[in-house]
Design a protein around this ligand. Structure first.
Ligand SMILES: Nc1ncnc2c1ncn2[C@@H]1O[C@H](COP(=O)(O)OP(=O)(O)OP(=O)(O)O)[C@@H](O)[C@H]1O
Length: 234
């Protein structure tokens, strides 16, 4: 059984349908990428996994059906979510933003803070600073840290590189790779930055206008000529 299994997922905002019959699975310990252009439905996919959209179809974590569960219960079950553009509390300190993530996992606060600070030492240095005064990269790190404070078995990371300098993107990629390698945490990451996703993920799904267009390993997708033209201009 895969850790995450999504079958025939449709997602709706009011009358508008944003995901069409999406099926995919994620094995434990993998890093999986979801790539696709603006408006493809990447955030909607994550919002649906977290119980924040109206859906039909099935989403299971370790065999447990999530589709009728509340977001807080889904976090408690083991999914951490770092949303697009971080969504921190701007006038709270870095440390307090991290602690917001800890409310479902109070017995592991110290161990999780240690993990987060090892991955992102700048969050320890700046722990008393308001997040409104942080750089974009630091805010992204704080958002990842907050998700890790929930003790997840699956981490969802939505477009972490938006607006960040290339060097900061490399730092974030290195931290996610280290996290996966050293703790075995399963990670699903969405990206418009296809190169970033390809340096991290073992397997990728291409989402376009709410549908999975194709999927495969990095090598398989790179050998798809049409895809290369669309995403790499080659
Ligand atoms: N709250 C909402 N209400 C209505 N429609 C929405 C809402 N959020 C997203 N949509 C629509 O759903 C579709 C998918 O959007 P989504 O944000 O999931 O795409 P995305 O791939 O994450 O793109 P982006 O990179 O721009 O975030 C788009 O057509 C978008 O306009």
């Amino acid at each position: 059984m895969a850790l995450l299994e999504i079958e025939n997922l449709n997602a709706f905002y009011g009358m508008a349908q944003s995901l069409h019959d999406v099926s995919l699975s994620v094995e434990e310990g993998e890093i999986v990428g979801i790539i696709g252009p603006n408006g493809a439905g990447k955030s909607t996919l994550f919002d649906s996994i977290m119980g924040m959209t109206r859906t039909t179809g099935s989403i299971r974590l370790n065999g447990t059906e999530l589709t009728r569960m509340q977001p807080a219960a889904i976090v408690r079950l083991g999914i951490g979510y770092a949303p697009e553009r971080a969504h921190l509390f701007p006038y709270m300190s870095v440390r307090d933003n991290l602690l917001v993530g800890a409310y479902t996992s109070r017995d592991r606060i110290e161990a999780n803070l240690k993990l987060v600070h090892e991955l992102f030492p700048v969050l320890l240095e700046r722990r008393n600073q308001e997040t409104s005064t942080q750089s974009g990269g630091e805010r992204q790190m704080a958002s990842l840290g907050r998700a890790l404070m929930t003790s997840p078995m699956l981490l969802l990371v939505d477009e972490p590189t938006i607006g960040l300098a290339p060097k900061v993107c490399l730092d974030i990629a290195a931290a996610l790779r280290k996290l996966n390698r050293e703790t075995g945490l399963t990670i699903v990451i969405t990206e418009q930055n296809v190169n970033f996703a390809m340096t991290l993920a073992n397997y990728l799904h291409v989402l376009e206008t709410g549908e999975i267009r194709t999927r495969g390993t990095v090598e398989e997708l790179r050998s798809d000529e049409e895809l290369n033209r669309a995403y790499f201009g080659q």
